[in-house]
Design a protein around this ligand. Structure first.
Ligand code: HAM
Length: 422
């Protein structure tokens, strides 16, 4: 029969017992460590639905953005309502806060979940991907910016991310954004014949995004264009310097006045963490301040700053030492005695939760089960056959040290032995 395949750009993630050469295991481990870091920063978890009203993203991420314009997974439901698979998490979080009428309070939130964008798949770019996001709500520009940068530095440190640069920029206030955009348009208009269709669209819809163009000809034209640094109020420049000063002993932070983000809702600080190890899709995290989104979506005026991490990209960069938790491979040699033997294994698990116990569930010879234990890097094999069960003993075979002999222990000795393992 014809086989059914997964959809283009969508990955199955199947764990293979902490095998860090596998992207799935790297992703699961990365998520686990991120959850711990979020807890350390005293953030609360929020989970919003994967499906949302299409208008939510039109009014937040923006009609002119690629994400909404070209990449939305949108369809009509059975009631002819236009719904979408969320392309990002921020808009849903703010919708939820408004709906619950808690948009007048402060919140420090994190989330983790799948997002969907109908992009052309390539290395590091998928149609279904995972994001871990953080949204700090209710705090004016200032300390929240430092908290966000501190969090990013902690993530880099704890996951031992090498060759990371955190690019930061400021989009200034409304007036400066307006006059910068006007001067940028005035500069580019006479050269519009030299722009490709994508950049021409950007010029008409959201001129700031031209700065982000990947076209070398556009970048060449931009060499003499006005730069946002000349329009920024001093306090915005001071903030960028303050961030650099505060964290530069821990992270590589660089001010990049050309950094603009692909979503329309940003108003102040914007940032992206990039690594050259990722290739063309080099950003593994991005975010910024978005003080107007809540009121734009019908809520109160709620200052906000947030970021989202691309889990697949971050996971491919992590350098985490081997998990050296002791693994015991429990080998049962007869199916007749499984239940009684299983009780022994269960009790061992109660005695010491710092070690991992893998009960080999499959049928097979001792040889094949020992081969499997060695492959899994188990420290010990515990072997029980009918003989051992009759005499209330277990064979303990050390696997990592070739010079150690196997021994026979009675069940009390076994308890003490397992308790002593770390
Ligand atoms: P974003 O820059 O669109 O921001 O996405 C954040 C990260 O998600 C990117 O840096 C990248 O690592 C990852 N990412 C995006 N698209 C893909 C894809 N197709 N495949 C794999 N990874 C991808 C946001 O989504 C904002 N909501 C961030 C934010 C939160 N701003 C404020 N709060």
């Amino acid at each position: 029969m014809e086989k059914i395949h997964s959809l283009t750009g969508m990955m199955d993630l199947i764990g293979q017992r902490n095998n860090k050469t596998q992207i799935a295991d790297r992703i699961f481990l990365t998520e686990k460590i991120l959850r711990n870091i979020f807890q350390n920063y005293s953030l609360s978890e929020i989970r919003t639905p994967a499906l949302e009203d299409e208008n939510l993203f039109k009014r937040s991420v923006g009609d002119s953005s690629d994400i909404v314009n070209k990449e939305l997974y949108s369809f009509l439901d059975k009631n002819d309502k236009s719904i979408v698979l969320r392309p990002e998490g921020t808009a849903g979080v703010i919708r939820s806060i408004i709906e619950k009428k808690i948009d007048g309070d402060n919140h420090k939130l994190w989330y983790l979940g799948a997002m969907w964008r109908y992009e052309r798949p390539q290395k590091g770019r998928f149609r279904q991907f995972y994001q871990a996001g953080v949204e700090i709500l209710g705090y004016e520009e200032g300390i929240a910016e430092l908290e966000m940068m501190s969090l990013i530095c902690s993530i880099n440190r704890e996951l031992d991310i090498k060759n990371s640069v955190i690019k930061i920029n400021h989009l200034g206030n409304k007036d400066c954004k307006k006059s910068f955009c006007k001067d940028l348009i005035d500069y580019l208009k006479p050269m519009s014949a030299e722009l490709d269709k994508k950049d021409l669209d950007r010029l008409n819809q959201n001129p700031l995004r031209i700065l982000d163009s990947k076209n070398p000809e556009t970048q060449n034209i931009l060499k003499d264009a006005p730069v946002i640094a000349d329009y920024l109020p001093q306090e915005s420049k001071d903030l960028l310097e303050l961030i650099k000063d505060t964290f530069s002993n821990d992270c590589d932070i660089s001010i990049d006045y050309k950094l603009v983000r692909g979503l329309d809702y940003y108003t102040g600080l914007v940032f992206e963490a990039v690594s050259e190890e990722l290739g063309a899709q080099d950003a593994y995290l991005g975010g910024g301040r978005y003080d107007e989104l809540c009121s734009q979506l019908g809520g109160k005026s709620l200052p906000a700053i947030g970021m989202a991490i691309g889990i697949e990209r971050l996971a491919s960069l992590v350098n985490i030492p081997e998990n050296n938790k002791t693994l015991i491979s429990f080998i049962i040699l007869s199916s007749k005695i499984e239940q009684k033997t299983y009780k022994i294994a269960h009790n061992l698990r109660l005695l010491n939760n710092k070690i991992n116990i893998d009960i080999q569930l499959s049928e097979g010879s001792l040889k094949s089960k020992l081969r499997r234990a060695n492959k899994d890097n188990a420290s010990y094999a515990l072997i029980i056959g009918e003989e051992e069960l009759k005499s209330n003993t277990v064979i303990v075979k050390p696997l990592l040290d070739e010079n150690s002999e196997q021994s026979i222990m009675d069940l009390n000795e076994l308890d003490d032995f397992v308790k002593s393992l770390t």
